[in-house]
Design a protein around this ligand. Structure first.
Ligand code: COA
Length: 259
C-alpha cells in the first residue's frame, strides 16, 4: 500500500514509518491523520509487522505540530471534531499490540510532541526539541497532550511547559523522563532497531499483554490490577508460554510463534 504523506519500509519485522512533509516540517494535516489511521489498521492486522518506528523526514523536524494552515476557519464544533479525530488516531497508536517507538529527530512541537507521546516510548536525537506551543496561538493541545505530558513528566512540569510554551532540549527531556535515550542523529534509527530486534525475539502475545496492562494505569474505566490478573491468566492458554517455560527448563532458546 502507498501513502501520500508517509514513507514505509519493512525491515526484519520492524515497520519504519516516516512522516513525509519535509517542506512543512512534517506538520500533521488531515491527510497525515488519514494515512496514520490506515497504516495502524495494517499494523494491527499484518502478522509480518512485529513492531514499529515513527520518524520525521529530514533532519530538522520529527513533526512541527498540527498543520496551522488548517485551523483558520474552524468553528467550535469543527474544532472539537478535529481534536476527537486526532485523539482517536493517537489512541490507536497507544493501544497498538505491537510496540511503537518514536525516533525524535528534531522539533517535536504541538501535535508532534503529542504524536511522540502516543508512542510507547521515545528516543531523541541530540538536536531534538520538545514543546507544546499552542498557547502562542490562543490554543491548547487537543490530541491528548495535556493528559500524556502530565502522565510522563508529572503535573508541575507539564503545566509549566503548557502555559509557558517553552521548548526543552533533548537532555532536559531525558532528565524529565520524556525520552528513554539521547543519541547522536546518525545513531537514532539503529538504537531503535536494536531495541526492537530484542523485543521481536520475545513472545508476541506476552509483549502485547504488557503494553495493554501498562496502558491500563491511565484508563479510568479499567482497574489495572484486575486487567493484569486477566492478562497474566490468559498467557497460560498460549503455546508460547508453554514453549518459553519448557525452553527454560530444557536449557535451550525458545522459539515463539505468536500463538
Ligand atoms: N503548520 C504548518 N506549517 C508549518 C508548521 C505547522 N505547525 N510548522 C512549520 N511549518 C512550515 C512553515 O510555515 C514553513 O513553510 P513555508 O516555507 O511554506 O513558509 C516551513 O514549515 C518551514 O518552517 P519555518 O518556520 O520557516 O522554519 P524555522 O526553522 O524558521 O522554524 C519552527 C521552525 C518549528 C520553530 C517553526 O516552524 C514553528 O514555530 N512552527 C510552528 C510550531 C507550532 O506552533 N506547532 C504547534 C501547532 S498547534
Amino acid at each position: 500500500m502507498t501513502y501520500s504523506t508517509l514513507l514505509t519500509q519493512l525491515e526484519n519485522g520492524i515497520l519504519i514509518i516516516t512522516i513525509n512533509r519535509p517542506d512543512k516540517l512534517n506538520a500533521l494535516n488531515k491527510d497525515v491523520f488519514n494515512d496514520l489511521d490506515t497504516i495502524f489498521n495494517e499494523v494491527y492486522s499484518n502478522n509480518q509487522i512485529q513492531s514499529v518506528i515513527i520518524i520525521g523526514c529530514g533532519n530538522k523536524a520529527f513533526v512541527a505540530g498540527a498543520d496551522i494552515g488548517e485551523f483558520g476557519s474552524l468553528s467550535v464544533e469543527e474544532g472539537k471534531k478535529l481534536a476527537k479525530r486526532g485523539q482517536d488516531v493517537f489512541n490507536k497508536i497507544e493501544n497498538s499490540p505491537k510496540p511503537v517507538i518514536a525516533c525524535v529527530n528534531g522539533f517535536a512541537l504541538g501535535g508532534g510532541c503529542e504524536l511522540s507521546m502516543a508512542c510507547h516510548f521515545r528516543i531523541a536525537a541530540e538536536n531534538a526539541k520538545f514543546g507544546q506551543p499552542e498557547v502562542n496561538l490562543g490554543l491548547i493541545p487537543g490530541y491528548g497532550g495535556t493528559q500524556r505530558l502530565a502522565q510522563l513528566i508529572g503535573k508541575g512540569r507539564a503545566i509549566e511547559l503548557l502555559i509557558t510554551a517553552n521548548m526543552i532540549d533533548a537532555s532536559t527531556a531525558l532528565q524529565f523522563g520524556l525520552v528513554n535515550y539521547v543519541v547522536p542523529s546518525d545513531a537514532l534509527l539503529n538504537k531503535a532497531k536494536e531495541i526492537l530486534q530484542t523485543v521481536n525475539s520475545k513472545a508476541p502475545l506476552a509483549v502485547a499483554a504488557c503494553i495493554k496492562a501498562a496502558n491500563a494505569v491511565w484508563k479510568e474505566t479499567v482497574n489495572g490490577f484486575d486487567e493484569e490478573i486477566q492478562l497474566f491468566g490468559n498467557c497460560f492458554g498460549t503455546n508460547d508460554m508453554k514453549e518459553g517455560t519448557n525452553a527454560f527448563l530444557e536449557k535451550r532458546k525458545a522459539v515463539f510463534t505468536g500463538n
